[in-house]
Design a protein. Sequence first.
Length: 566
Amino acid sequence: MKNYRLAAAFFLIAFASLSWSFKEDLFQVSKNLDIFASLYKEININYVEETNPSELMHNSIDAMLGNLDPYTEYIPESEIEDYKLKYVSTQYGGIGATTLFIEGKLFVNEVSEGYPADKQDLKPGDQVVKINNVEVKGKERAQVSQLLRGPRGSTVELLLIRNGAVITKSITRDEIKQPNVPYSGMMDDQIGYIRLDKFLENAAQEVKDAALNLSKQQPKGLIIDLRYNGGGILQEAVKIVNLFVNKDILVVTQKGRNPQKTIAYKTLSDPILPQIPLVILVGGSSASASEIVAGALQDLDRAIIVGQRSYGKGLVQQTFNLPYNSLVKVTVAKYFTPSGRCIQALDYAHKDANGKTPKVADSVMTRFSTRAGRSVYDGNGVFPDVVVEASKLSPITISLLNKSLFFDYANSYKKNNKTIAPAAGFQISDSDYAAFVSSLEGKDYSYTSRTEHLLSDLRTEAERENKLPAVKADLEDLKAKMLGAKKTDLTTFKSEIKKVLETQIVSRYYYEKGKVIQAFQYDKELSAAKAVLNNSGKMLAILKGEGEYKTIGSPIKTIAAAPIEN
């Protein structure tokens, strides 16, 4: 009885403390809201210049949320449709064409196969002058999108310039679907391939449909490509894992400060392909839901991960309704893969004095264990089982891209060549490349190379240390040699430039699907994935954690010897 009374007393003390803390929080909220409302009022009434109340409030909200993380954001009513298209739905009313600005002029960039723009023969390179009699000059990209979009069945009038001639197009809008799975198919060596670009509505169903269709051809393995996937809806990721993993298996757990936001997500149904050998491709752009799929399948030893370390976004967002049809998207939890690790790479809770967000330090990373006992680590994305060095574009290629010089040549190439080889084997010839180089004459594609940046930094440092007179001649000599070397960059980086140019050209004939297929012939990660699937012994060694595959992505040697968290 004595123990019961003691426990009851502790409970009452704890409850009273909790109640006091809750009341204190409410008081602080109420107090600060009063201060903010009064400040807002006084600024609007008394500031020397006229203020815009809506803009003032929006800036205040952005400043408040800016101290948290980049995923917590306010969405006013005017941006709701763009928000839904980005984070929720894959459909909108439009014409099925993308545009880009070049030197203040708006051009059609690409058209989607089978949609209104394609049916009405809109072409990449067409300059858009007016949309529904509204001049596009000076408009922002969001304003252009708003003019082009509209209800299905409505009409949009375009005034265009093509090859110097003015033409008009009347295009009836339709429901445009941007698929989560833009391409799936069988590869030559009987391996299935599914490219998943986002996790919006119906992503799991699209992957399921693609996987079932490929399974009819009895592939000896399946590759799911998440390299370009920045994430989306968490539940879609869970459903995709469930396609390959048995029922009632933990996929991911989200844990928030609010107990109601702590949820464990398990598979709910029997898998459709429980035995098929599986490889997941990831890269530095693979984030959020992509990392849930890759991390869960790695922890469950169900798939082999190939590519580069993923982005490292281990945070979960939820939207809440606000007055006047606005929303706020709030980071409500962190998520944890089946082994218990959180792959969040940036520590937003501990920004430095300059507001910079630090990475999770190697020294505090913790080791976890997969089902088979392989060692994996938290705090820095999903590390692949098979690492393939990332390809990086050279400064000259980036400059040619940014200045739309590939775009110009691809348009002229299409005009001069009615057909090309099938997308899978399409390559431009040396004479085509020479013609491209000739097309650059007189055009500005200047750039600063990485070495030039280093030389500039070295010069600055020498000035700071009063050593410039001693090294100035050497620096000038190096600069002159660099300028000479840059003149040959179109030859030095010919192979890389050709690949980018081919991608632009092939899209003019075979649309988005053609770009995907044509790029296969140069894809290092894809080749590595196929090599793994064609080597059953290596697959088993990786999944069992034999030899070098026992530890995946150890940050430092001291951590490798640390105890494992389960």
